[in-house]
Design a protein around this ligand. Structure first.
Ligand code: MTE
Length: 324
């Protein structure tokens, strides 16, 4: 596939911000860091549940920088966040994606950018990942099914990517479309309008919280979590966060989204976390928090998943029952 050079992200990166290529997935870097940190700190990390028992992606450490984005809640252990997943292309049981997603080939990988944008282009994933420093951001992750996790995601604001693409003023929405190749996903269940597709209003996509995500727990995303590139919009139900994205389309019309078109009365286009608007088949007032405890606690769900300060103004004056 043709990867355009002129007008690509490469030209827009200040050299001071580029992570040297060989430092990007550099296990030696990680090991050097680990030695410097010392055994005491590692033990502390283990106590805090920050290190999973088996580093399944030990060769794929990401170089990440800390960020201001965090929450006081206890983090979900890596082993739970990567074995209890929704990724229907690999099966509908929560344990299926971890078992089956090894068939997804994440290199070479390109993302096609099209629609109402000054520079339609196809970008290589490595170019996209190098564009900005990758931040670690600990976000609450609330599924529409009323369970939640707290995950350290790694990425940079989607807004940085969008700005580099120079969308036209007419673009009001951005749609992201997931991979659906039969060769990678041979057992996709029937009855779904593949490929998985999601979208956001442009101001939502430009909100600094919205994360173009390449990793979690400072490792590249495991396939079952949406490798090599996904969206994380933490004030929305998890299904808004399309995984393994291959196309980004700027449009002036509210885009097709898989769940909204399958059952519009259950899965609204906005799908902001809202404890006052129940799913037709269950309450959204509480959630089962999956953390390091063997007995998940049920806790009250927060409006906008606790991110109201940063997102509520985007919905000022909107009837959130109507635009659920
Ligand atoms: N993206 C694709 N392509 N396919 C999916 O089935 N499931 C969504 C979302 N993104 C899904 C997807 C749902 S319902 C949720 S809750 C989150 O991914 C789950 O993300 P996680 O498995 O990393 O927790």
């Amino acid at each position: 596939m043709l990867i355009k050079k002129s007008g690509s992200l490469e030209g827009k990166i200040a050299s001071s911000e580029i992570t040297p290529k060989d430092a990007f997935f550099n296990r030696r870097n990680f090991l050097r860091g680990a030695v410097a940190v010392g055994v005491g700190a590692l033990a502390l990390k283990q106590v805090l549940g920050l290190i999973h028992p088996e580093p399944v992606h030990a060769d794929q450490q990401l170089v990440v920088v800390p960020s201001k984005y965090t929450v006081p809640d206890a983090q979900t252990p890596f082993a739970k966040a990567t074995t209890y997943n929704n990724y229907y292309e690999f099966g509908t049981d929560k344990s299926d994606p971890a078992k089956n997603a090894h068939t997804l080939r994440t290199r070479p990988w390109t993302v096609q950018v099209s629609g109402m944008v000054k520079k339609p282009q196809t970008l290589d994933i490595n170019t996209i990942m190098k564009y900005r420093p990758i931040e670690s951001r600990v976000y609450r992750h609330r599924c529409v099914e009323a369970w939640s996790m707290v995950i350290p995601w790694d990425g940079y604001s989607f807004s940085e990517f969008i700005s580099a693409m120079e969308p036209l003023p007419s673009a009001k929405y951005v749609q992201f479309i997931s991979d659906s190749k039969n060769s990678d996903m041979p057992d996709k269940p029937g009855g779904f309008d593949w490929p998985y597709s999601e979208g956001l209003r442009m101001d939502e996509a430009m909100n600094p919280l919205c994360l173009l995500t390449f990793g979690c727990y400072s490792e590249v995303l495991p396939n079952q979590n949406g490798a090599p590139i996904r969206i994380v919009s933490p004030w929305k139900y998890g299904f808004k966060n399309g995984k393994s994205i291959v196309k980004i389309v700027f449009t002036d019309k509210q885009p097709h989204t898989l769940w909204n078109e399958m059952a519009a009365n259950e899965y609204g286009f906005y799908s902001n976390v809202n404890p006052r608007v129940d799913h037709p088949r269950w309450s959204q007032s509480h959630e089962r928090r999956i953390d390091s405890s063997p007995f998940p606690k049920t806790i009250p769900t927060l409006m906008f998943n606790g991110y109201g300060d940063q997102v509520a103004s985007m919905y000022a004056g909107m009837d959130l029952k109507k635009y659920y």
